[in-house]
Design a protein around this ligand. Structure first.
Ligand SMILES: Nc1ncnc2c1ncn2[C@@H]1O[C@H](COP(=O)(O)OP(=O)(O)OP(=O)(O)O)[C@@H](O)[C@H]1O
Length: 448
């Protein structure tokens, strides 16, 4: 967006500042609105969207800590996450500047400012916003991949470049970072988008199921094979095959997969006739394939085969203001789903979100917000509405403490939650903030 098209709101309790900024900006931008009282902010922003809010950090000359500015910055970000906020202060303080940028401000200026510098900063903010907007990925009419942070913008740029090619893609990232979503959007943005997208959680397949599920079988191939069945490779013909949890398959399964990928043919169990396959392959894992290869647990030649391009999805803790954007998105989504009114987020609620490390990433955030929306009493979500998954809390502790009895704690938590949910695995996984597959894996691990 260009300066001349911008809508700017200025909030400062100093009339002289408001007049100076109005005179400076009016000939340069589309609209300038000035306001003395920050308490009027919510009303103004509920009626109209602004591209940039220029916000004073201190009001009434009483305190010079900048806390008021940070308070209003948080408010603006909770009401309108896409609005850029530029903070101005009479007290040049580097700590304050860093703090405000961390809290989501786009820039920080010290009074008296140079007019040229101020206009330049606004133009820069608008240019960045344009770039971010252009890179937003829409999966379909309902699903969006939310993310304006720099690391996610890099993912989007790479994704758009690689999607239309037929290159095999390896999607890497911690649990719950959105690898599944990214795989789907590679397909949606590819030339194969009108053909099937088939996902197989290969990490959850037993030795015998692996082959019958992926390659199919002929009637009579084994006791339960009562009729011919196409495998997932064939089902994905012309489209995309997404193999999730690829790091968890055995060396034997790796060898079978490699042969299929090399020959581009599958032979169903009980058949002698290979079938040609035309698939685009996407794999995902939260493990380091390189480490597994070094330990002799993953074939290097298979890594080369599946990893023409890799996409590393950053953990939520490295995505800055995406946390607020995602929070807004999920709160709206669940408010609609559960037929509740629109919610606003109390600064205490946002603070609690920001202080949490989210070892379970976006999935953990999503479950926490779904729970918060369900539990909320009024129209404002407060810190008390927010509870984090016990299992993820524990993973967090695990990182910190590395004590030996963690397995016992995890096992007990799982048992408790499953008992509470009367053995319902889906409900238990949801409450624990992990996938069903991850829960099954843990049940296996603890022989439960
Ligand atoms: N950027 C995002 N925007 C909106 N929703 C997201 C985003 N990232 C993840 N989600 C949501 O978070 C949840 C977890 O994402 P997803 O299943 O894609 O993660 P994953 O990395 O594949 O997890 P796992 O490694 O456990 O399989 C999903 O419900 C997904 O829709």
């Amino acid at each position: 967006m260009q300066l001349k098209d911008a809508h700017i709101l200025v909030i400062d309790d100093d009339e002289d500042v408001l007049t100076a900024l109005r005179l400076l900006l009016k000939p340069q931008v589309k609209q300038v609105v000035v306001e003395k009282n920050p308490n009027a902010l919510q009303g103004i922003l509920s009626k109209q969207d602004f591209d940039v809010v220029i916000l004073d950090m201190n009001y009434n000359g009483l305190v010079n800590t900048g806390n008021e500015g940070i308070f209003w910055l948080n408010k603006i970000k909770s009401w309108k996450p896409a609005t850029a906020v530029m903070l101005i202060t009479a007290y040049g303080d580097i700590d304050l500047a860093i703090r405000s940028l961390k809290e989501g401000a786009s820039d920080f200026l010290v009074k008296p400012w140079k007019n040229e510098k101020l206009l330049e900063s606004i133009a820069e903010i608008l240019a960045k916003k344009k770039k971010a907007g252009a890179q937003k990925i829409k999966l379909d009419s309902e699903t969006q991949i939310i993310g304006d942070s720099e690391p996610m913008q890099e993912v989007f740029v790479k994704l758009k470049k690689v999607a239309p090619t037929d290159a095999n893609v390896l999607v890497l990232g911690e649990n719950g970072t959105g690898k599944d979503l990214i795989a789907r959007s590679i397909h949606e943005n590819s030339l194969r988008k009108n053909k099937p997208f088939v996902k197989v959680d290969v990490g959850a397949l037993t030795e015998s199921l692996f082959e019958s599920e992926l390659f199919g079988y002929k009637k009579g191939a084994f006791t339960d094979a009562r009729e011919d069945r196409k495998g997932r490779f064939e089902a994905a013909d012309g489209g995309t095959l997404f193999l999730d949890e690829i790091g968890n398959i055995s060396l034997r399964q790796q060898a079978r997969l490699l042969t299929v990928l090399q020959n581009r043919q599958v032979t169903p169990l009980g058949s002698n006739e290979p079938v040609n396959i035309d698939i685009r392959l996407i794999c995902a894992t939260n493990l380091s394939l390189k480490d597994l290869a070094d330990e002799g647990k993953f074939r290097k030649d298979l890594i080369y085969r599946i990893n023409t391009v890799d996409l590393m999805i950053p953990p939520l803790r490295d995505r800055g203001t995406d946390l607020s954007l995602l929070a807004q998105y999920f709160v709206k989504l669940y408010a609609e789903k559960y037929g509740k009114q629109a919610f606003s987020l109390d600064p205490g609620f946002i603070k609690k979100l920001k202080e949490h490390a989210f070892p379970g990433n976006v999935r953990e955030l999503q479950y926490a917000l779904e729970r918060a929306v369900i539990m909320a009493e009024g129209s404002i979500l407060v810190a008390e509405d927010l509870a984090f998954s016990p299992i993820e809390q524990q993973t967090e502790t695990e990182h910190k403490l590395k004590t030996t009895n963690l397995d016992a704690v995890e096992k007990n938590t799982i048992l408790r939650v499953i008992e509470k949910n009367k053995g319902n695995i889906s409900k238990s996984a949801k409450e624990l903030g992990i996938t069903r597959t991850a829960l099954y894996r843990r049940l296996n691990k603890y022989d439960l």
